[in-house]
Design a protein around this ligand. Structure first.
Ligand SMILES: N[C@@H](CCC(=O)N[C@@H](CS)C(=O)NCC(=O)O)C(=O)O
Length: 199
């Protein structure tokens, strides 16, 4: 059985867990207590030298990084439904995976780290500026798109969703972004959807 190492307050862990649930795949959830520093223990560093969650383990496979986990699960278990095969739609989906690791991380994810986990080395003004920027971009995108790409939910939506939906944890209001709010509601209606604290 697949094992997913994660923490319940980690949006990146939630991302992998949400997708396993949407795919209706059985898995074992293994809590790595970030607050106790378990992710930096020698035992954990042995299986993930980056010392981060999430980590997917399946037999000999050890796969870190939430975006990589989405790609693996989508291709292994989802056919081309969640991750298209054709060059252009595939590239369009990958573009949002990059945006997740870029603008979404630098904006709402960092603002949440600052307020919720006391990561005071983060420049909060810059995080809020970045958040405003990506939220405006997304809101404009959703004036003409129901889903991020391909007119259907793909791993682009699953990757971007958690830290956008958790933006309020970083003291970022979503009220001005009606199209984003409507998209969040659409994601919540997907069969198999599970919530996390803050969403
Ligand atoms: N690129 C990684 C980032 C993972 C990440 O930042 N995980 C956080 C929790 S959400 C973590 O483990 N932080 C502890 C650390 O980096 O020391 C992913 O998308 O999974």
């Amino acid at each position: 059985m697949i094992k997913l190492y994660g923490h319940e307050m980690s949006g990146n862990s939630y991302k992998a867990r949400l997708f396993l649930e949407l795919l209706r795949i059985d898995y074992e959830w293994i809590k790595v207590d970030l607050m106790k520093g378990e992710h930096k223990s020698p035992e954990y560093l042995e299986i993930n030298p980056f010392g981060q969650v999430p980590l997917l383990v399946y037999g000999d496979l050890k796969l870190a990084d939430s975006q990589a986990i989405l790609v693996y699960l989508a291709r292994q278990y989802g056919g081309d439904k969640w991750l298209p095969l054709e060059p252009l739609p595939l590239a369009q989906v990958v573009r949002w995976l990059s945006t997740t690791a870029g603008e979404v991380r630098q904006g709402p994810e960092n603002a949440r780290l600052y307020y919720l986990f006391g990561a005071t080395s983060i420049n909060i003004e810059r995080a809020h500026q970045k958040a405003e920027y990506i939220l405006s971009q997304l809101d404009r995108h959703f004036t003409t798109h129901t889903w991020l790409e391909c007119d259907r939910p793909t791993i682009a939506d699953i990757a971007v969703f958690p830290y956008i939906a958790l933006a309020r944890d970083g003291k970022i209001s979503l009220d001005a972004y009606t199209n984003v709010l409507n998209w969040i509601e659409r994601v919540k209606q997907l069969p198999g959807y599970i919530p996390m604290t803050g969403i």
